[in-house]
Design a protein around this ligand. Structure first.
Ligand code: SF4
Length: 226
């Protein structure tokens, strides 16, 4: 893959995982009542952001009625509201809200990707689906040459980043443990890995992840940028 644009075309045309293809298209056909007049995206969601980003953010997967509806990462659901508000406060996003692909939002120095590009039932891709989709994250990491810090939102993203590194260079030993706002080295000359709880409604509404805790992550990221 030579460019991010080529990669985006390849991702959006992908139909490798039969269960996820069926689910993303069923959700797009049936829709949620609140969005019944909208045309759902219903395809894999490519990465979004600044091609010269020094920060790569990796999430889990598109939300069924969020990114699977709008076609842009973390756009159109409560996880996205929480994430983009924090990125705006930290100076990475041009606005605190993310409603749709034509809302004028831009990212500076940040690029958002995911471990799995298709909305999975119950937000749970299988191990096989994650393994099948991993090559897209690997290709993005290879193309985003300025990245200094990778932020993994949640354990599944964390595992996916470590797997990419294990495939491309060497396993990181001892393997870092997933915890909130921790940092690990991915190896000499490679980006740092910063971890965060995922900004899912389940985490933000229960107080497992607060605004202050999330802001601390982006403060750490700013500190680590050269
Ligand atoms: S999850 Fe990834 S590999 Fe599977 S169909 Fe979607 S884009 Fe393709």
């Amino acid at each position: 893959m030579t460019t991010l644009t080529d990669l985006e075309s390849t991702i959006t045309a992908c139909r490798l995982c039969p269960r996820l293809v069926a689910w993303r298209e069923e959700v797009a056909r049936e829709k949620r009542r609140a969005y019944r007049d909208e045309a759902y995206w219903g395809k894999p969601v490519p990465g979004f952001g600044d091609p010269a980003a020094r920060v790569l953010i990796v999430g889990l997967a598109p939300g069924a009625h969020g990114a699977n509806r709008t076609g842009r990462m973390f756009t159109g659901d409560s996880s996205g509201d929480f994430l983009y508000a924090a990125l705006h406060r930290a100076g990475f996003a041009s606005q605190p809200t993310s409603r749709g692909r034509d809302d004028g939002l831009t990212l500076t120095d940040a690029y958002i990707s995911a471990a799995c590009r298709c909305a999975p039932p119950d937000n749970k891709p299988t191990a096989t689906e994650l393994a099948t989709c991993l090559s897209f994250l690997a290709a993005e990491i290879a193309l985003l040459r300025e990245v200094q810090v990778v932020v993994a939102l949640g354990r599944i993203a964390f595992d996916a980043v470590l797997r990419v590194c294990a495939c491309q260079s060497q396993p990181i030993l001892p393997q870092p443990l997933f915890t909130h706002n921790a940092v690990a080295s991915l190896g000499d000359g490679l980006p740092l890995l910063v971890t965060s709880y995922h900004p899912s409604r389940q985490n933000t509404q229960t107080g497992r992840l607060t605004t202050g805790m999330f802001d601390d992550v982006w403060s750490s990221v700013r500190r680590f940028l050269k």
